[in-house]
Every structure is written in structure tokens, then in C-alpha cells.
Design a protein around this ligand. Structure first.
Ligand code: ZN
Length: 295
């Protein structure tokens, strides 16, 4: 089962058409997708009965918003792929390295990413959307608490992330539109193996990342167990599970996003997200920082 946020309305996406859930359910579920996660089990039952026979539409989607636009919490996980930890020159973490992406960074799958400086980097990630309240959930029950998976970009300003005595992950990764997600939420049962999902990232014509979530240091079930032993996860919350190798920071020389480039993020079984990059300050990379600040 696959749902999306089309023109601000909760939409069931079927193979050949889409169903406006509020209309098809006679208002039993309202159009705001953020409300559905608190009634997730009931909604899944509806989709698998009435949702199958409801009248669909083949109209184009219009604007597509984030699949969970009002999460109470957004978690990120650092250095959670073996190859990415290696390229970052870091030892493998012995416990999940967690940070927050502030909710104000959240955006839809086609959001424009404005460069905050000369060191803005891409990170394609598998993103978990929580479907049931998690308070001390063990790893063997974790997938039962996941509504679905979506694509995310953990866009990162490396200068801001690394400017302090200890890393400021949350600030470097929370500029407006630095957390685009989408285009759809896909339930775990749709994947041949939800613990081995292929993901890739392109910047223009270059494939810069190519990995599989089978290589996560801490799997989705392990992350749910670890986080929910410390913080209560609520329906609609998001976990950005980490990025595989191939980010700009890990390259020699380092290579960051530039004005006019396009980031394409793909995950097998979910689809594709496209984000254009613009530099609101002009050619930031060619100017000293104080000249940019004076603009
Ligand atoms: Zn990340």
C-alpha cells in the first residue's frame, strides 16, 4: 500500500490511479495526511477493503507535499553505513549516533534547496515513518510499529555542522528545505525484504551514491529498539536512517552542491525525488564569506 500528500490531501496511490481518501471515505478520514498516523491500523484496514473498490482518478498529482508533514520528532543517524563511516575517516559507531533534524527543515519531494553556503552536501537516506506509539519496543516487534518507508535527503551544510568544538549536526542539517521527503509512503509489506532496500543518489548526470540498507550498521529494527528505549516515538515521527558512501565530504577533493544542479534520489520500490539547487546569494563559492554576508 502506498499513500501520498497530493495538493495537501491524503491520497491512496493505486497501480493505475489515485483515490482521494477524505472523499472516498465520506469524511471518516480527513484530508490532512498528518492526522492519519494516529489512526494508522484503522486506516490500513480501510485501504485494504473500501480503498480497493473506491472510485479513482487519473488526474496528475499537482504539488506533492511531505508524506508526514507534522512529525512531533525527526531523528537522524550519523555514520550508519560501513562504507560511509570509512570515507568519513571515522571508526564504526558502537551505539547509534543520533541527532535531530528540526521539523522546520521538512519539505516535499520537489522542494528547491537553497544553498546556505559553499559546503552544502547531499545524503540520500531511507526514511522510516512511525505508525504506532513506540515505548520500549524490542527489535523483533519493530516493523509492526512502522507505517512505511519513504525517500529522504539529509541535506547538510558541512561548515555549520563541523564549526564547533563538537559537531553541530542538528544545526548543519536543519536549514529550510534541508529535509525533503517523498514522493510516497510505502508500507513495509510491499518490499521483498524491507531490511535490504537499494538506494541511490544522482547529482545531474553523475551517480554519486549507490547502496543498500542491508549494509546499515544499525538496522531499522535496531534503531527503533534503541531510540524507543530512551525516547517515546509517536505516530508520524520520522527516522532518517543514515547515508551510504559517496557524499561530497568524503571525496578528494571535496565536492559540494552548486547553483543550478539537480539532486535525484531513488529508492527501489518507492520511486524518485528530484530537488533543484539554487544559490540565493549568487556565486557563493567564488566570494569570501564576509562579501557574501554583506549582500
Ligand atoms: Zn544523514
Amino acid at each position: 500500500m502506498r499513500i501520498a500528500n497530493h495538493d495537501g490531501r491524503l491520497t491512496l496511490v493505486r497501480r493505475d490511479d489515485t483515490v482521494d481518501v477524505a472523499t472516498a471515505s465520506d469524511g471518516r478520514f480527513d484530508s490532512a495526511i498528518e492526522h492519519v498516523f494516529d489512526r494508522w491500523d484503522e486506516f490500513v484496514d480501510w485501504c485494504r477493503s473500501d480503498g480497493l473498490t473506491a472510485t479513482g482518478s487519473t488526474r496528475p498529482a499537482g504539488s506533492i507535499g511531505p508524506v508526514s508533514p507534522r512529525p512531533r520528532q525527526i531523528f537522524g543517524v550519523g555514520l550508519n553505513y560501513v562504507d560511509h563511516a570509512r570515507e568519513a575517516g571515522s571508526p564504526l559507531p558502537t551505539v547509534p549516533l543520533l541527532f535531530t533534524k528540526f521539523a522546520s527543515a521538512l519539505a516535499g519531494p520537489h522542494a528547491v534547496v537553497e544553498l546556505s553556503g559553499p559546503s552544502v552536501d547531499w545524503e540520500v537516506e531511507l526514511v522510516v515513518v512511525v505508525g504506532r506509539r513506540c515505548d520500549g519496543v524490542s527489535r523483533d516487534r519493530a516493523w509492526d510499529h512502522v507505517a512505511g518507508l519513504t525517500i529522504g535527503q539529509d541535506i547538510s551544510d558541512r561548515d555549520v555542522q563541523l564549526e564547533g568544538a563538537t559537531p553541530q549536526y542538528s544545526f548543519g542539517k536543519s536549514f529550510a528545505n534541508f529535509a525533503p521527503i517523498g514522493p510516497a509512503l510505502v508500507t513495509p509489506d510491499e518490499f521483498p525484504d524491507p531490511d535490504a532496500v537499494a538506494l541511490e543518489c544522482w547529482v545531474d548526470d553523475e551517480r554519486v551514491q549507490n547502496g543498500t540498507s542491508a549494509n546499515l550498521v544499525f538496522s531499522v529494527p535496531q534503531l527503533v529498539e534503541y531510540i524507543s528505549a530512551r525516547v517515546v516515538l509517536e505516530p508520524g515521527d520520522l527516522i532518517f536512517t543514515g547515508t551510504p558512501a559517496g557524499v561530497g565530504l568524503g571525496r578528494t577533493p571535496r565536492r559540494y552542491l552548486r547553483d543550478g544542479e539537480t539532486i535525484v534520489s531513488r529508492i527501489d520500490g518507492i520511486g524518485e525525488m528530484t530537488n533543484r539547487v539554487v544559490d540565493p546569494a549568487g556565486a557563493v563559492t567564488d566570494l569570501p564569506a564576509d562579501a557574501v554576508a554583506a549582500r
